[in-house]
Design a protein around this ligand. Structure first.
Ligand code: MF3
Ligand code: CO
Length: 248
């Protein structure tokens, strides 16, 4: 069931979203050769808690950290740990903050030092694919219009779209209806109305679209070992167009 939010709820979601965006910035600024993913997660955790919120991911279905940090061929749900980031890595950070009863959820892929032209091109296409999806998040459109916009843009650039994981509604729960796939048919799916809040989050592979789950039960990698990127914003559908809740 899709929960349409009131104006009061949208204000609270904006505050949770802003804090989530600030936490993502804190994490992104820490990405550098020589830093461990655990150190980045601790900065994110402490920032969220210092600001009176709770990390949305911590203990979610047993998840053991405050952020997901996924490096290179890791697509999503990388568990922060002893891994040391090296020059040329691309580092996807996904983080949410739970504030005053509402969640924010956002992600971005950051370069560590100087990265290859191919890595940069993948990150750019994934960020731009998200922007295309957001532009389609207009009242009267359907979820499939968002999905198709992301898919078309990324596939035109030679990349593939992960199917097994999708975006989602955001509210009192981190994951609400509807599902927001990054692939699909324009004109299909749930109709978008003002007050809907959704996370759009393309997970894009440089190689083929298939994924492989790590034995740790969480980390999802590209099956072919190719690079992957992930960008996510929580957005609200309004009568005046999409509003990014996870803007700074
Ligand atoms: N943030 C992810 C999403 O974008 C969910 C993370 S799962 C968790 O939907 F277990 F790490 F929290
Ligand atoms: Co999400």
């Amino acid at each position: 069931m899709v929960i349409v939010k009131t104006a009061t709820e949208l204000k609270l979601l904006r505050e949770a979203g802003r804090l989530s965006a600030e936490a993502l910035r804190v994490g992104g600024e820490a990405v550098a050769p020589g830093v461990t993913t655990r150190e980045i997660d601790k900065l994110i955790h402490d920032f969220i808690v210092f600001n009176g919120a709770t990390p949305s991911f911590l203990n979610y279905e047993g998840y053991p950290a405050s952020s997901c940090i996924s490096v290179n061929d890791e697509i999503i749900h990388g568990i922060p740990g002893d891994r040391v980031i090296v020059e040329g890595d691309i580092v996807s950070i996904d983080v949410g903050a739970y504030l005053e009863g509402y969640h924010g959820d956002n992600a971005a892929t950051f370069p560590a030092g100087k990265v290859s032209a191919e890595a940069q091109r993948l990150m750019d296409a994934t960020r731009e694919g998200l922007e295309k999806g957001i532009a389609a998040a207009v009242s009267g459109n359907r979820i499939g219009d968002i999905s198709n916009a992301v898919q078309t843009y990324c596939e035109e650039r030679g990349y593939s779209v992960v199917r097994e994981y999708v975006g989602h509604g955001v509210g009192r729960q981190m994951h609400e209806d509807p599902e927001v796939p990054n692939y699909g048919k324009a004109g299909h799916g749930v109709r978008l109305v003002p007050g809907m809040v959704i996370a759009i989050e393309p997970m894009i592979n440089a190689g083929d679209r298939h994924v492989r789950q790590d034995t740790n039960g969480w980390t999802v990698r590209t099956a072919d070992g190719s690079l992957a990127a992930h960008f996510e914003n929580t957005i609200a559908i309004t009568k005046d167009g999409p509003v990014i809740m996870t803007a700074l």
